[in-house]
Structure formats: C-alpha cells, structure tokens
Design a protein. Structure first.
Length: 428
C-alpha cells in the first residue's frame, strides 16, 4: 500500500487506538497465569536425579502451600482456569479477534517481515545500518512470538490435561510430560525477548503501555508500524468521505445472543441460572456456594504472613490457619476466582467492559466510592456476625431449609428498603 498522503503530518500528541479492552484483559490474565504456573511448575520439578529450581526456592514454594500435594493442586487449578478462559476466547472471540489475526493475516509473515528480521539481526550485530522495512500492526518479532504461542498453547493444554488426570497409558503420560516441557520451553524462550522488548527496551515503551491504555502515539505508529498507520489513515479518509458501508450484524443463535446481549439478563432467567448453579454445587462438591468465607480465608492468609503467631493464637483466625491445611486451598477461594473470571467473560461478551461509576445526579464520584467502600465493609462485618452472606447463608442455607437463612433474608430486605428510603434523594 502506498502512502496515502504526500507529506504526512504526524502528531506526537495524537493517540491511535490499537487494542480492545478484551485483548488487554486477556493479556494481563495470561501474564498472571504464566507467572503463577512457571513458579509452581518449577518447584514441582524435583527428583533424586534432577531438579530445575534451587532447593531454597522449592522449600519456599512448598512452605507457602503447606505440602507438595497442595502445590500440585494449585498448579492444576490455575491451569484449568487458563484453559477455560482460552476456550471461551476461542469460541466467542473467533469472529472478532482470532479470525482477523489468523486468517486475515495480521500475524502472517510477508516479505517485508522476513527482511525486517534479517536487517534487525544485522543491526544488533553492528553489521548494518539499513533502515527497517515498514511493518503492520505487529512487527515481525511480535508475529513470530504470536505464532509460537498459537502453536504451543494447544500442546500445553492437552499434555497438561493428560498429566493431571492420568489419561491413557503410562507411555502416553510419559510423552505428555516431554511435550509439556518442550512446549513451555518454546514459549518461555520467546517470552524472555517479549518481556525485554516491552517494559525494558526504550524504543518499545509505547507498545508496552498500549497494553494498559489501549492506544499508542501516532508518531510511534508512523515510525514502527508504517503499514498499519497507512491503513488507519486510509480508513479515516474513507470514513470522512462516507465510503464505509455499515455492515449487517452476523446472525447467531438465541443462546449466543443471550450471552452477547448488552442488557442484563431478566431477573427470572438469572434466578433460574443461580438456582441451577447452587444445585450443581451440592451435587458436585457436596456443599453450597458462598462469598464472605472466601474473603475471610484471604484475610487470614495475609494476617498469617504478617503476624503468624497472632493468627495461630487468635480464637477466630486460628480456625483458618492450620499447619497441614493452607489457608488459600479452600473451595470458596477458588469460587471467588471463578466469579471474577465469569464476570469478566460476561462483560466482555456483552461489550460492557469499561471504567464507569454508577451514581445519582446529586452525588459526586468521590462520595459514591466512599459510600461503596463503607457499605461493603458493613456488609462484610454483618455477614461474619450472621455467620454467612446472601449466598452462603441465604441461598445455601435456604436450600437446606435453615431457619437462620429466612431470618437473615427478611433482615436484609428490611434494611435494604430502609436504606433506600434514607438515601433516595442522592439517586433521584
């Protein structure tokens, strides 16, 4: 594509959108998962003849989780969450993201990319000062890393499932171990360069911050991603000329439409889904759902790190701090993680991922946040005094016909109506 303007006017202040919110959130979720999995996985590789990490690191990681069995359970649980999120991304993000990247060529290498790699290596070695060929929205190095990740992720997921659930014969499990280690090593090799080129390498700092803000300066796009900059300029000219036709939305099934609808689900539909979730919890794990207990576990874990003697001797916290039972290895903690991931995926599918503060016209944002934190603190303290929250006591307790659950819910509704009456002028 030729340059659409004879003498381009490039602004260092103007910002160009590069990444969607969903891509940024997936990027940082993936980074957190790899940080956890690499650390726990390195501590798990230990035998009489070989170990990957130093002994002090293995002792440290084992001490955090209590036992190596708990360390392995955490490694598997995080891996399963990672696989689930990527399956959702692959299924529902195919038309929006993956199809554009894989089939429409955003990560495909062309002649300019191969020349870019050749000249880049020569410039690093000090054997050339030739200018780099123009690049698209991703440069050749980013494309190579993306292709390696696309190729290795299915192998890592499949081999990890075989190892975790002992699928197949011992020979299959043995090959799964080899494939798992090699696939992880390939990604980590590229990850080292990726991390260096992002937050460390000065020229690529705007690319790193674009994964936080979603935008890059126009000057950076012009210098490092000329092809993409030209496409953006061409689309802007076509939009100004009214040449862009409005595309008809793709037809989808009723289930997919329900997942992608911008409005919240109807109350009765959401109630049915919540009831089925509660039933599944009783059938699959033998207990109901809850939230405040998971936050209590997290708080007890923090206290045990800061003041272990106080936590172990406290009449209430000591119930959560047991020598052979790590605090965070609790079903409710993983439930909280699942709720957060589920809300993230739901908001992404419905297109509601954005920063906003819901408030009334007579309420400032600072006051709204203060009231929200105060209300959350009072709700948390009340849930602990009542020995349960709206999910742990009201829903799970109500399903078991607990008298305390019905008293609790009547109190919640009474307090809610009274509170709404007192603060109604702030919202109307």
């Amino acid at each position: 594509m030729t340059n659409p303007v004879a003498s381009p006017q490039v602004s260092s202040q103007r910002m160009i959108k590069k990444h969607h919110v969903a891509i940024m959130l997936l990027h940082w979720f993936n980074a957190l998962v790899w940080l956890l999995e690499l650390n726990t996985g390195a501590a798990l590789i230990q035998s009489e003849h070989f170990r990957f990490a130093p002994q002090w690191f293995i002792v440290l990681m084992t001490g955090i989780f209590g036992t190596r069995a708990n360390l392995l359970r955490f490694h598997i649980a995080v891996g399963l969450a990672w696989i689930t999120v990527f399956l959702v991304y692959g299924i529902f993000g195919w038309r929006t993201y993956l199809h554009q990247e894989v089939l429409e060529g955003e990560v495909a290498l062309d002649r300019d990319d191969w020349n870019w790699l050749h000249i880049r290596v020569l410039r690093i070695l000090g054997r050339s000062d030739e200018p780099l060929p123009p690049q698209g929205i991703y440069n050749a190095g980013q494309k190579l890393f993306a292709l390696a990740v696309y190729a290795m992720v299915p192998l890592i997921a499949a081999s990890g499932l075989v190892m975790a659930f002992h699928w197949g014969s011992p020979a299959v499990a043995g090959w799964a171990v080899v494939i798992h280690f090699i696939s992880v090593a390939v990604v980590v090799s590229g990850l080292k360069i990726h991390v260096y080129m992002g937050p460390v390498f000065p020229e690529e700092k705007p690319a790193f911050f674009s994964m936080i803000t979603g935008v890059v300066p126009e000057e950076f796009a012009y210098r490092h991603h000329r092809k993409w900059w030209e496409e953006v300029k061409m689309l802007e000219k076509m939009h100004e000329a009214g040449e862009l036709e409005r595309q008809e939305p793709a037809r989808s099934s009723g289930f997919v439409k329900a997942l992608r609808m911008k409005q919240y689900w109807p109350p009765y539909g959401a109630a049915l889904g919540l009831g089925l979730t509660l039933l599944a919890a009783f059938l699959l794990v033998g207990q109901g759902i809850g939230a405040s207990g998971g936050f209590t576990c997290c708080l007890a874990f923090v206290i045990s790190l800061a003041a272990p003697d106080y936590a172990s001797s406290h009449p209430y916290r000591s119930r959560y701090v047991q020598p052979d039972a790590p605090v965070l290895m609790d079903l409710l903690v993983f439930e909280l993680i699942g709720v957060a991931l589920g809300g993230l995926v739901s908001g992404w599918l419905a297109g509601r991922l954005r920063w906003s503060t819901d408030k009334g016209p007579h309420l400032s944002e600072r006051t709204r946040w203060a009231l929200a934190f105060a209300g959350g603190a009072l709700s948390g303290a009340g849930a602990r005094l009542a020995r349960g929250c709206t999910s742990g006591l009201a829903l799970s307790g109500g399903a078991a016909l607990s008298a305390g659950a019905f008293v609790f819910m009547l109190s919640v509704f009474a307090a809610g109506f009274a509170g709404a009456y007192l603060v109604r002028r702030l919202w109307l």
